[in-house]
Design a binder for this molecule. Structure first.
Ligand code: PRX
Length: 699
């Protein structure tokens, strides 16, 4: 229940008083009123919001129909039955033609290197999207086809995703830091017929030959009898093609890319940065700019049902295999647009910057869909926080006069290590609102963010949500909900959280337990691609009638929600969820490994890191070479973010008599905590001493 008012004083923060002027929700009472309306009469609440968007045909059936209780039949959520729309039309055409925002900047693009920048207006973006949508149609892409996108943070990535949704195709974006194996696995799972990528890019001073990873992934797909029809390549790094595999021929030298989305060349870096040789397979590869040359910039949208799939985004699953989280058009549009507007108190002259990569859900919802649905101007950033030095974020904030800054706790902790100096070199005076996402923020980082970055003026929106939820679930609102450092505060409109105990009973008042949601909200995921049963099992089986988040949560006596972290076998590394089972299976593939168990270990910057215990097969010795090979193995299988920090030799693992590994004990060993709790179910206690004596030295 939402309290009537918030206590004053203590560790509670409000931000500057000016934030309340013209705020969409000016105070807590108003929040409570709107919140109650949203859950008592969702049809009226969301129906009013839906009127701000364009629907080709109106809703004919019920507004919301759902079943959360799998014991009563299939779990489903259906919104606005009968209505048809196109999300790209709502993001672009509606803003250009109805709202007259054609000349407004949609994105300021800031490249990896300072000085490498460009901008694109709503009109410009619409033209590019239409061109690429026509290209896809001409290539035979149809409504419902899946298109894989594996790209750096460049404008063409937004163009590609919106072109897909314009013609009713489903995008499946794979973060460009994932390995070829991960890309292949994702292409295969959803049978993507096309792949859109880029030649290469710089991440800091590291050159990434993206196309090489793509070629490996496509080779792996072919080995498993799957062939993508075309691989469309943006010339971003500016490299030239080289002959690829046996079946390829050398394509003629293509002209230098003419990109309307092209950044300005930076004289300083032009000479020091290398161009890559792009492996080229003429059977499937084709340059983006060549396809676009002749394409028309007018393209009739495909009108889709609200419940038609919009995109698939893979997220780690606790059983190891990533799950294709599927979102649908109407609900996702309403919810991302509304959360963006209220959580960031969006005003038309704001300059908004979300530092997330579009390869993650935060980038989908709050770089692309939410801001564009509101006609906002955003900064899109290709680089990293520490290149060329640790003041890059603050420099970019001053450069574009950013008002709203949304980043991850791991980035804040990383930059905090460099002290206040790099921050104070820039004024950051334009800032009004700060935000965080992805993991719990520790109070120390929160205070630094608030006092040093925000100069004690800017409220911090600690937004709790998930790939599965599509948008913010528990979050402050700038003028209405005072913040407690480390708490995501209260539920957003339409969200009904509950805390359950082990037996599934709802706990009232001050309590701690499993965080669940009792009712659907518009952007709840609708299924796991191709596996509805897995969707029901993961999210609805444990507590019938509830959506289970997999997170633990505490509610304090003021009604504030505090996310305490995952309670399943997931590890949150730098805001990215990894499944311990997935890492274990990557380790076990090494010839020397008999068994592996992976647990999370606290990390001062990443939040959590991976601590791995491996049992080697007889005849193999635990050497530094094996450790390096194992780390590389995980990098190659999953990607650099999954690289383990620690690998420990474990000739014996703690197991129950039925052979189940007791990870609870391994977590204690990793942390060097000798109080192991109840060990009565342990089959062989003698392994414990050896585990402690083999411990890795941790930070
Ligand atoms: O454990 C929670 C944590 O991140 C998980 C969701 O991860 P993912 O699907 O990758 O989406 C990340 C971006 C939305 C959650 O189950 N998490 C996310 N935001 C917070 C958080 N934990 C605490 N506080 C948050 N604000």
């Amino acid at each position: 229940m939402i309290p009537d008012k918030i206590p004053v004083g203590g560790d509670i923060y409000y931000g500057a008083a000016e934030i309340t002027k013209g705020a969409h929700v000016p105070n807590f009472q108003k929040y409570k009123e709107l919140y109650l309306h949203s859950i008592q009469n969702p049809e009226e609440f969301w129906g009013k919001i839906a009127k701000e968007f364009y629907w080709k045909t109106p809703q004919t059936g019920s507004f919301l129909d759902y079943n959360f209780d799998h014991t009563k039949g299939k779990v489903y959520v259906k919104l606005m039955e009968g209505a048809t729309t196109n999300i790209c039309y709502n993001l672009l055409d509606r803003n250009v033609y109805d709202k007259k925002l054609g000349d407004k900047i949609a994105f300021y693009w800031e490249g990896n290197d300072p000085g490498d920048s460009m901008e694109i207006t709503y009109k410009g973006l619409l033209q590019q999207v239409c061109k690429f949508a026509n290209v896809l149609r001409a290539q035979g892409v149809k409504k419902g086809d899946r298109i894989a996108i594996y790209m750096p943070m460049i404008i063409e990535l937004v163009v590609a995703m919106l072109a897909c949704v314009r013609i009713g195709a489903i995008h499946s974006i794979v973060f460009a830091g994932f390995s070829s194996e991960s890309l292949c696995e994702r292409i295969l799972d959803s049978r993507c017929t096309f792949l859109v990528t880029a030649d290469g890019f710089y991440r800091g001073d590291k050159l990434i030959n993206l196309k090489q990873v793509v070629d490996e992934a496509l080779r792996k797909c072919r080995e498993r009898n799957f062939h993508v029809r075309k691989c469309i390549v943006v010339k971003h790094n500016g490299g030239t093609e080289e002959a690829g595999e046996a079946e390829t021929s050398i394509t003629p030298e293509s002209p230098p890319a003419k990109r309307p989305c092209q950044g300005k060349d930076n004289e300083e870096t032009k000479n020091t940065h290398h161009k890559i040789q792009v492996p080229w397979n003429a059977d499937v590869d084709v340059w983006w700019h060549e396809l676009l040359k002749e394409a028309s910039d007018e393209c009739e949208p495909e009108w889709c049902k609200t419940e038609d799939p919009l995109f698939i985004l893979y997220t780690s699953g606790s059983t190891g295999k990533p799950k294709g989280v599927q979102h649908t058009i109407g609900g996702y549009l309403l919810y991302t647009a509304t959360t963006f507007k209220y959580v960031f108190n969006y005003q038309p002259d704001d300059i908004y910057w979300c530092t997330a990569d579009i390869g993650w859900i935060t980038g989908h919802s709050y770089v692309t869909y939410g801001p564009l649905a509101n006609g906002a101007t955003s900064v899109m950033f290709e680089g990293i926080p520490t290149y060329p030095d640790s003041s890059r974020f603050w420099e970019v904030i001053d450069k574009y006069k950013v008002t709203t800054f949304y980043t991850a706790p791991t980035a804040i902790r990383l930059l905090m290590k460099f002290g206040d100096g790099p921050v104070k070199r820039f004024s950051r005076q334009s800032l009004k609102i700060l935000g965080t996402v992805g993991e719990p923020i520790n109070p120390e980082a929160w205070h630094w963010y608030y006092t040093v970055i925000g100069n004690g003026r800017c409220p911090i929106m600690d937004t709790f949500w998930q790939t599965e939820t599509g948008g913010h679930m528990i979050t402050p609102l700038p003028a209405a909900i005072p913040q407690k450092p480390g708490s995501a505060t209260f539920p957003f409109f339409g969200v009904v959280p509950a805390i359950l105990n082990e037996s599934g009973e709802e706990l009232e008042g001050e309590a701690e337990g499993y965080l669940v949601f009792k009712k659907p909200w518009p952007s709840i995921m609708r299924t796991v691609y191709g596996n509805h049963e897995r969707f029901e099992t993961i999210y609805f089986k444990r507590f019938p009638g509830y959506f289970v988040t997999g997170d633990g949560c505490r509610r304090d006596r003021d009604g504030y929600y505090w996310i305490t972290g995952r309670i399943d076998d997931m590890v949150n590394v730098s805001g990215h969820l990894l499944s311990t089972a997935e890492v274990e299976s990557a380790l076990i593939e090494h010839a020397a490994v008999a068994e592996a168990a992976v647990v999370s270990h606290p990390h001062p910057v990443k939040g959590e890191s991976l601590y791995c215990f491996v049992t080697l097969k007889d005849g193999h010795e635990f050497t530094n070479t094996v450790v390096t090979e194992l780390k590389n193995q995980v990098r190659e299988k999953i990607g650099p973010i999954a690289t383990p920090d620690y690998i420990q030799n474990a000739p014996g693992l703690p197991k129950t008599r039925s052979g189940k590994i007791m990870r609870r004990i391994l977590r204690k060993v990793a942390r060097n905590e000798e109080d192991l709790g109840d060990v009565s179910t342990l089959a062989d206690e003698s392994v414990i001493d050896e585990l402690f004596s083999n411990r890795c030295k941790t930070t």
